[in-house]
Design a protein around this ligand. Structure first.
Ligand code: NDP
Ligand code: GDP
Length: 340
């Protein structure tokens, strides 16, 4: 029989890739989109699946809406991808972030418990929970030390997921996913900001790009690979938590250098701290500048994951490396802007 999946946050990056994957596997896909939303389902259109996903109003702050949605569609699996997902914004909106990204998880779990505890549940947890890391690389057993309201809210959701699994025997999994990017990544995240910004500079549309901390390091993977891990977690024999990562880490500056390389922009770094800048050697112009407004009050300096458990238990491994990821994003942004 055809399985039904409810994907919350279907208008986001992962919602689009996961919808595509589940449709390919023959699922009926119900996509939860918040009513007050930007209204944008452009990512589903981009993947050519906008007519195949059934869209329903879904608001994480409203228990009655969550309850009715689950009762109406009676899904076999729920993937909770919805969240206030931007770390930077969480410092400005800590209580909203706690409500949506944290409490929202308990609202869904409670609805599952009341309606049908047989529904399988995936929670989109985050490497931001490791924060100020106590060991490198990070595994499922690394202690948590979140450094933002976002990380703290995700940690609440993570433990709530574990508690409902242990207390009510719900098949609930928490995927501790490290940063994953794609051409469909939100524009406020640093990778997309860089690939869009440098593409615009290359095309002469803007003169320079302003960024914050260039030294932080992330384990960046490709979203298309990571949604496969979400699916695999819910198909396994028993529910568990998994780190999903590439096992390689690169700095923001590495991301810029690789993007420039892809675009054929030859740069030289000059200056230190807030005076650091990248000069386009051909034009002599400063094309990357620091604006302290993009610094975070507390930063996560280094993330590097060890996904041995997922490799062993889920037979999952990343297929796309850092350089292929940057190349995919640059190609998409440059061509899109050029053909506008
Ligand atoms: P996006 O920011 O692209 O998507 C988030 C989604 O949540 C959007 O569809 C958004 O809707 C929706 N949303 C926001 N607020 C609400 C609300 N109040 N009620 C219902 N829906 C809401 O994130 P990603 O796709 O990149 O990430 C998916 C999930 O994985 C998120 O939970 C994120 O925190 C987590 N995660 C992501 C990582 C990454 O590197 N991408 C790493 C680790 C975890 P709208 O379009 O209206 O804004
Ligand atoms: P995060 O890991 O979920 O916070 O993902 P982001 O893409 O938002 O940020 C990754 C890293 O890039 C963080 O250490 C940021 O401080 C750093 N960074 C530097 N400049 C910027 C910027 O202009 N925007 C964002 N979003 N991050 C920046």
């Amino acid at each position: 029989m055809k399985k039904t999946a409810l994907i919350t946050g279907v208008s986001g990056q992962d919602g689009a890739y996961l919808s595509k994957l589940l449709l390919k596997k023959g699922y009926r896909v119900i996509g939860g989109e918040r009513r007050s939303a930007s209204g944008s389902l452009w990512r589903l259109k981009d993947l050519n699946i906008e007519n195949d996903v059934e869209i329903t109003d879904f608001e994480l702050s409203e228990f009655t809406n969550i309850y009715r949605t689950i009762e109406k569609y009676r899904p076999d699996e729920i993937y909770n991808l919805a969240a206030q997902s931007f770390v930077g914004a969480s410092f400005e909106m800590p209580t909203m972030t706690s409500d949506i990204t944290g409490l929202g998880v308990s609202r869904i779990l409670e609805a599952i418990r009341q309606i049908n505890p047989e529904i399988k549940f995936y929670q989109a947890s985050s490497s931001e929970m490791f924060g100020k890391v106590s060991e490198t690389p990070q595994t499922e057993n690394t202690p948590f030390y979140p450094r933002s309201p976002y990380g703290i809210a995700k940690l609440f959701g993570h433990w709530m997921t574990i508690n409902y699994k242990e207390a009510y025997n719900i098949f609930a999994c928490s995927g501790i996913l490290f940063n994953h990017e794609s051409p469909l990544r939100g524009e406020q995240f640093v990778t997309k900001k860089i690939t869009m910004g440098l593409s615009k500079i290359k095309l002469g549309l803007i003169e320079y790009l302003e960024l914050g901390n260039l030294d932080s390091k992330r384990d960046w993977g490709y979203a298309g690979d990571y949604v496969e891990a979400m699916y695999l977690m819910l198909q396994n024999d028993k529910p568990d938590n998994y780190v999903i990562s590439t096992g390689e880490t690169f700095s923001v500056k590495d991301f810029i250098n690789t993007s420039c390389n892809e675009l054929g922009i030859d740069i030289e770094w000059q200056g230190l701290g807030i005076d650091e800048t990248a000069i386009d050697k051909k034009t002599g112009k400063s094309i990357i500048r620091i604006n302290p407004k993009f610094y975070r009050p507390t930063e996560v300096d280094l993330l590097l994951g060890n996904s041995t458990k997922a490799k062993k238990m889920l037979k999952w491994k990343p297929k796309t490396n850092f350089y292929e990821l940057v190349s995919k994003m640059i190609e998409y942004d440059y061509n899109k802007l050029k053909n506008k």
